[in-house]
Design a protein around this ligand. Sequence first.
Ligand code: NDP
Length: 340
Amino acid sequence: MFGLIGHLTSLEHAQQVAEALGYPEYANQGLDFWCAAPPQIVDHFHVTSVTGQIIEGKYVESCFLPEMLVNRRIKAAIRKILNAMALAQKADLNITALGGFSSIIFEEFNLKENKQVRNVELEFERFTTGNTHTAYIICRQLEQVSAQLGLDLSQATVAVCGATGDIGSAVCRWLDQKTDVAELLLIARNQERLQGLQAELGRGKIMELEEALPQADIIVWVASMPKGVEINPETLKKPCLIIDGGYPKNLGTQVQHPDVYVLKGGIVEHSLDIDWKIMEIVSMDIPSRQMFACFAEGILLEFEGWHTNFSWGRNQISVPKMEQIGEASLKHGFRPLLSW
Ligand code: NDP
């Protein structure tokens, strides 16, 4: 059996969906309450591959909320992730994907040093960040939607916001090695890491966000931001394809412009329905089939019997591993979301 550890996008979102999630008593509660709430298994479902194989999974709600980072409730945030992992392990889940901020908190606060959670010694090989599949899906979305829009990659400038991150750096590697993208613009805050990435790639221009956006034909947003930013579509090139892979979304408002195309990044659609309720709660357009690519990685590892932390650590994702998970993705009936 596999697991998915997830969280909601904001306190407001959590209050709205508390009832559907099975926590009616949390609906009117503030951040303090969510900081104290224990993780719970709130969904149990089956996934059928197009090969006919059927597997079983459980969804663990960690009760982490991005406001915990904004309000420096770091201990609470750490507790949420470790407790959710311990719960997944106690429930005998063979492989569990750490969705959204779960893996970011794990890395940022070096939780590999916290193996012992009360009476559970965490076995990290039972967990995956899901980032290899997420990066693969974002790259396939970029390749396929740019072709649909008539954007020629060999003439295109691609800006990657969050380029030095786990997903961002993998996207840069793929674009460099597997496509003929003309120009890569690398955006993040830490200059040393940007220079390291530029040296690794042997290309790419390091730029500030405001400088990069007006030059980009395609923008990939994969920054770990608890709250989205506002951008003015008038400053962008036309046409412009934006792939927003953040969770919560990196874009704070919906961009309304006929020549600016915003695609939900890192989302896959399965070929067959899944009997879960959780994707409705996170507002997928087709909740029975669409999901985050990181969750789909957990599903793929279970289908393939790869009970190992396929995606782990930071900035280790190679193009061959993206190809490997990509093959499994196609084999079991997943495809990247290509429409808005
Ligand atoms: P990482 O923590 O590895 O990387 C985050 C990147 O964002 C770094 O390059 C960081 O660099 C940059 N960044 C952070 N804040 C800012 C800012 N204010 N301005 C510019 N750059 C910034 O994160 P991941 O790669 O693991 O995840 C990236 C995003 O993808 C997250 O939103 C996550 O929730 C989402 N995600 C989506 C999944 C899906 O299935 N769709 C799956 C997993 C994650 P620096 O700190 O130097 O600025």
